[in-house]
Design a protein around this ligand. Sequence first.
Ligand SMILES: [Mg+2]
Ligand SMILES: [Zn+2]
Length: 154
Amino acid sequence: MRAILFDRDGTLIDDLPYNNDAKHVRPRPGARIVLDRLRAAGIPIGVITNQSGVARGLITLRELSEVNARVEELLGPFDVWEICVHGPADGCACRKPAPGMVLSAAARLGVRPADCVVIGDAERDVAAARAAGARGVLMTSDLESAVRMANFLR
Ligand SMILES: [Mg+2]
Ligand SMILES: [Zn+2]
């Protein structure tokens, strides 16, 4: 079984730096359709997201969960969420480009990291995938093309 792990900001939804308001969540074009096709195909999907706004005191945990609930309301359910709430100086194992969230998501999904593809709009998403032994795909245009590039859709 293969799985796809998506970055959140700039990949699934528009990137509003340190957004703490569920009202401002806007899906990326075509994201819902692509995700529903993956769900219909029985492919496990997850989200791995750096949210250092929490460590910086700009986003409360409650606001974070409201934003993520809004993401699922607009884009449908994900099988796993991995969220790093630390700051760059915390030295945690989860903040991308560290591999922690990829490894943890794979374990929770019951798949090998090598069977995961990470799709994101930033080089650190690809680096986190590589560090975990997964494959990274940098999203250069739209989500559907990136998923296609990962050989998940024909
Ligand atoms: Mg991003
Ligand atoms: Zn972390």
